[in-house]
Design a protein around this ligand. Sequence first.
Ligand SMILES: Nc1ncnc2c1ncn2[C@@H]1O[C@H](COP(=O)(O)OP(=O)(O)OP(=O)(O)O)[C@@H](O)[C@H]1O
Ligand SMILES: [Mg+2]
Length: 709
Amino acid sequence: MDSYDSSHFNTFGLDQPLPSFQKLKGEREQLPVTRNLNDFWDEFTKNDVLIVSGGTGSGKTTQIPQFVAYKAQEMNIRGRIACTQPRRLAAVKVAERVAQEAGCELGAQVGFKIRDDHKISEETQLIYMTDGSMVAQAFNDRNFSEYHTVFIDEAHECNNNIYILMALVRRAVKARVNSRSKLKVIVMSATISVNKFVDYFKDDAQVAQIHMPGITHKVDLLYLGETPRHTSSQPHQQSDPEPNIGHIVEEACRIVAKIVRNQFPTGNILVFMPGVIEVEMACQRIRKSIGEVDVISLYSAQSGAAQNAIFRSSTERRQCIVSTNIAETSITIPDIVYVIDTGIEKVKRLMPRIGAFEVRPRPISKASANQRAGRCGRTRPGVCFRMYTEQDFERNLRDEPDVEIARDDVSAVYLKALAFGFAAATLPFIDLPPFENLAYANELLLDLGYINDQFQVTNAGKRAAQNPFEPNWTYAIDVAKVKYPHLAQHIVAIATICSSMHSIFAAAPARFMASSLASRAEFADPMSDLITELNALYAFETEEPKLPDDRELDQWCNRRFLNRLVMGKILLQRNSAVETMQIRFDEAPVALNSQDRENIRRILARTFFRNIAFRIPSSGGEVRYRTIHGNFEVIASQDSMLNTGGHPWVMYDTLNRARSNTYMTKVTHVEPEWIADLPFFQDDRMKKNYHGNIVQKRVKEALDKAREP
Ligand SMILES: Nc1ncnc2c1ncn2[C@@H]1O[C@H](COP(=O)(O)OP(=O)(O)OP(=O)(O)O)[C@@H](O)[C@H]1O
Ligand SMILES: [Mg+2]
């Protein structure tokens, strides 16, 4: 501990650090990472890239960047330090904590930056930010010249932003290797496939790995016995059986009751559920049956204020926090002693042949299980209840989460890579997308004109890569800007609605489904679910200033099954997108007239031309459609206003595969005349059979008719 004695904890050399500095100093000195900072520094000075692993809660995220900041200050190194996080909540919370530890105001020496918000000033030396923000910065500064050190934290999450960031920093390290201001990169995680990362960097940089041993407090792992977790009666005979969610929620609630009622020592409880719906289900159940705890939900759609409630416990009562995997990495929630890990997560997957997405609950990875357990044992010893057997953990859980790039739509990350100057033939990702997914992205980007047939990015593609939306939404906005400028702001609003992870219509339990759908009649557009949602959003925007009383606004939303928080966030994001994309914005949009609405549908049809389906004759009551080219049978989702089948040609936002059906979400009626001129609908692109004849004859006839002068 020679070079990091307690006097050096005053990282930024403040004359008068805030009292929190003294208060937290003792705790920091006890952290395992603190004991190993000398070894870390040795490796740091000798290498360009360091891969750091260490136990959860050992102090990686909070201590190591601070230590580097202190050393940099001592050595007069110019520039800043960035430390990236996969989630916004973590970036903000960690920055708050580190500012307290350093004894400065948030936004002074220590700050944060996330999409739509930041607290940074001239003097900021250490910035916690989302990996997405860091990638966005690289468009203006490819070599990250503002920074002397970049930390990529929680690298095991392997999301698309982390992959592209790795590629960017690898290139920047090489570019700056002979300059006076070298770039150092630290890749950190509690559970990391070290070799994979070392291999990735070793040809371009001096790279080493370092493990920082030690744990903060003991965590007891309690595996629960075999429970009937699967809907299938013979779970092990299926390759990936569907977990029985209802049962899992029930079981988790029973464990909460056990902790509370069997007088387990005091301490708060954190329960991990697969998704928001299960979080709400569990919260309702616990509130109803276990009166002794304060129940709090935690997921990304919530407002910052709601999320802050968990960090500022105001009562003496035990808290039970029910969370999605937003709480899985990085954050320290005070006084968590019990973690209940259901062992399930929801994962989105692209099925490129159909162009459909599938969201399925499935078992988590070992890495995620360790992260979940690591949310306790941070400020005192903890207990983690794993709702699976030890054998399940050892034998059946994958080591690492499935990388996003291997399962999701890659068009956005692929376009970014090309826009950053990487070649399509040598994509710089640690793992490559499956060939089919890449082919899917290629075709889409080619159709949108964002790449050419040499797989080079076009100028339009370069601009699109920098936008906050997926490529096809950027395209829709561009079409509007050129042809119907006064409609661009509405397309931005629709794009924001569709890009949100959460629906503006609150999820209604089955028995309220009918009233929930009936309440949408007020906003209904019979031609487009997207315009229906737009109407609802605008109704909320108009109502909000008229109802300053929070409760009244809540009531207004509840009566209409509208999700107030989601709409609030969407409006903020819309405003920021309108600004960054320099869209003409009319503060008080006049009600859309019928021509405007038709033109909006036209823009959507000419953008999402790959998402068009036509009605097919079907027996029975159900109205069925087939996708063009894909020739895949689909139906409109239950909550679509257009599921009565009055429209022969429709366009959808996404296809979701659930059980044996494929559902079109957010359906819009379109006309063949609007799209018949596009290359996608010419004979040479139509699906042919073995003899070379067009399979979808009726589609061709309709298109030919539409093309007649
Ligand atoms: N907000 C907080 N309140 C109380 N203690 C905290 C807080 N944030 C951090 N700590 C303390 O600092 C320790 C180190 O936290 P840090 O986030 O740096 O660990 P880590 O090694 O990055 O963990 P992980 O692998 O889970 O990301 C925690 O174990 C906890 O004791
Ligand atoms: Mg961390």
